[in-house]
Design a protein around this ligand. Structure first.
Ligand SMILES: Nc1ncnc2c1ncn2[C@@H]1O[C@H](COP(=O)(O)OP(=O)(O)OP(=O)(O)O)[C@@H](O)[C@H]1O
Length: 297
């Protein structure tokens, strides 16, 4: 569904050039649901803007649903934005009109011309997001979580193949955020919708099967939901909370990897310019130089 190869985005302003994406690679299959996570400034929103056709990459390759995004004409890009992709933003004013009802809000972006069909489709969508009983409520009469559900219904209005969400739960409390995430998972499962969610919240990200970590405009590692049911025990034999995801570092063709920052921090190698590498029979040991003399592997 989505292939990013060596994707580069450079923003040029009067004084400086910012390289927001510097050779990002990402492959996403149709029907996958992925969370993209990274520190502020790592390039998450830039990536989402490229995927949504809101902006064009500077170099590299980006194909989405068979379309070469670097070669689209402006007209083709507009059709793509209208028909292939749906957006959910954290900032509600970008999604919603407060003085209209939930149903009227959902009807706005619809490409259907028949008023009755529009109305029926809007109600159907509001039912799908769990708001069947609120279709006639004005937006300002709805809670934050309910408003975000309306935003999701709007994003689905033109039957997109790809749903992009930028911090969709950023303004919501934990319980409401979990409900919105559960709704997105349901839509992914039941409609086969491909979903990309940008967040800086690792706990939230881990509610989906695949988490892609971006660092300095590149994919640095991925976490995939564990499928084994092993129970973890700590040294004292007590059960500890099992990490739900296994982390994989992304490796390029030259064998370069980015070790997750928190791993380096944990072993005191964050600022090191070299680490000791040792090949064991079936694994590779990486440790800070200061500890290199110690035994063990
Ligand atoms: N329109 C723009 N013009 C110039 N620089 C930009 C523009 N948009 C983003 N940048 C820069 O590109 C880099 C990546 O920004 P981006 O917004 O993609 O990061 P992010 O990971 O989404 O951050 P956050 O979590 O804070 O939203 C940053 O250094 C940012 O300042």
């Amino acid at each position: 569904m989505i292939t990013c190869e060596n994707l580069v985005k450079i923003y040029k302003t009067a004084e400086v050039e910012v390289v927001a994406l510097q050779g990002l690679n990402l492959q996403l299959n149709e029907g996958e649901m992925v969370a993209v996570i990274g520190n502020s400034g790592s390039g998450k929103s830039t990536l989402l803007n490229m995927l949504g056709g809101l902006d064009r990459p500077s170099a590299g390759r980006l194909t989405i649903a068979g379309k070469d995004m670097l070669k689209l004409t402006d007209k083709e890009q507009n059709v793509y934005k209208r028909e292939t992709v749906g957006f959910i933003w954290q900032n509600k004013s970008r999604n919603l009109v407060p003085y209209l009802t939930a149903r009227e809000n959902v009807e706005i972006p619809m490409l259907l011309h028949d008023r009755k069909k529009k109305r029926l489709r809007a109600i159907e969508l509001l039912e799908a997001v769990g708001l069947g009983s609120r279709t006639g409520h004005k937006l300002q009469q709805l809670s934050g979580g309910e408003q975000q559900r309306v935003a999701i219904a709007i994003a689905l209005a033109n039957r997109p193949k790809l749903l992009l969400a930028d911090e969709p739960t950023g303004a919501l409390d934990t319980q409401t955020s979990d409900q919105i995430m559960a709704l997105l998972r349901k839509l992914n499962r039941e409609m086969g919708l491909t979903i990309v969610i940008v967040t800086h919240d690792l706990d939230l990200a881990k509610q989906v099967q695949r988490v892609v970590l971006i660092r300095d405009g590149r994919t640095s590692s991925e976490m995939i939901l564990r499928t084994d049911e092993r129970e973890a025990e700590d040294a004292s034999g007590e059960e500890t909370e099992l990490d739900t995801h296994i982390e994989y570092a992304v490796m390029d063709r030259s064998g370069r990897i980015q070790v997750p920052e928190r791993y380096l921090e944990a072993v005191g190698a964050k600022d090191a310019d070299k680490v000791l590498l040792r090949l064991e029979e079936d694994h590779i040991v990486l440790r800070p130089i200061a500890q290199a003399g110690k035994t063990g592997g």
